[in-house]
Design a protein around this ligand. Structure first.
Ligand code: SAM
Length: 284
């Protein structure tokens, strides 16, 4: 089997196939032999079905094929149609689907492909241009998945896994905390990729919760409220929410006071519980 994490092997393969990297598709391929086994081991076991987003030439896909029961890898770049059948030829538990992971019906794929698996997870070295949208889509669509183990830009990972109520937190942090327990597993330097990106990376794991950690009267309104809360980070919560949602400042002051919160509080200072309580009070 081709050792795709070996830079010489990868260069030779890409040259013989006439493949050139497309920056617009976030194509930075892993060339660090320790990363893919560590990701696969953290993500799955022999009873797991794995969805991989963006297999590239298949370096992580091969490891997932070793560790998981079955792998479905979704790749947008049709130029890889020539390469993947060769690099994955030895695996009979890997299926490649060509398409856009943002547009495909992942629920149907899970139901059709993983009926014989005990659990399903997502594992990927994500194309960085769609990190947040794809993670939000995976979480909000409430797919029957146990976990998401993905490589993301280091700063994005820190934000996604931050504690709600800390300076690093944003609207995406609140959403992640609501749907999952998030953890940074390990850092990966830029030299671990070909071509090397301008930033370092991190592998994060989101373990999907069985039950929401807070009570919400209206989940949709909560996420609209949270988006408004973090829209202008330097402003007080009263100013940013009244500007973006058109709620009166008096009403906001009244609700904050009922929760014993100062009217100069900024959104990043509120915990997940406090954001939920405030939203429930404002829109009851
Ligand atoms: N898994 C490989 C690795 O670790 O070396 C490649 C990872 S590379 C960062 C991201 C991959 O995602 C590329 O192969 C790219 O073509 C693919 N990709 C980009 N956008 C995609 C999308 N919307 N749906 C599926 N794959 C996509």
């Amino acid at each position: 089997m081709l050792n795709l994490a070996d830079i010489n092997t990868l260069e030779k393969l890409l040259k013989s196939e006439g493949f050139s990297f497309k920056k617009s598709l976030g194509q930075n391929f892993l060339i660090d032999p320790s990363v893919c086994p560590a990701m696969a081991e953290a993500a799955c076991d022999k009873e797991t079905g794995v969805i991989e987003i963006g297999p590239g030439v298949g370096v992580l896909t091969q490891e997932l094929g070793r560790y998981a029961k079955k792998v479905v890898a979704i790749e947008l770049d049709e130029r890889l149609k020539k390469i993947l059948p060769k690099t994955l030829a030895e695996f009979n538990n890997i299926k490649v689907i060509f398409g856009d992971a943002m547009k495909l019906d992942l629920l149907s794929i899970i139901n059709e492909e993983f009926a014989d698996c005990k659990r399903v997870c997502v594992c990927a070295n994500l194309p960085y241009y769609i990190t947040s949208p794809i993670i939000m889509q995976l979480l909000e669509s409430k797919l029957p998945i146990d976990s998401i183990t993905v490589m993301v830009q280091k700063e994005a990972g820190e934000r996604l896994c931050a504690t709600v109520g800390s300076r690093q937190a944003g609207a995406v942090t609140v959403a992640v905390s609501y749907f999952a327990e998030a953890e940074i597993l390990f850092g990966v330097g830029r030299e671990s990729f070909m071509p090397p990106p301008n930033v370092d990376s991190a592998v994060i794991q989101l373990k999907i919760r069985d039950k929401a950690p807070i009570f919400l009267k209206d989940e949709k309104k909560f996420f609209k409220f949270v988006k408004a809360c973090f829209a202008q980070r330097r402003k007080t919560l009263i100013n940013t929410v009244s500007n973006s949602l058109g709620v009166s400042k008096d009403k906001l002051r009244e609700c904050l006071s009922e929760l014993n919160l100062s009217d100069t509080v900024r959104s990043e200072q509120l915990t997940l519980d406090q954001l939920a309580d405030l939203c429930n009070l404002l829109f009851n």
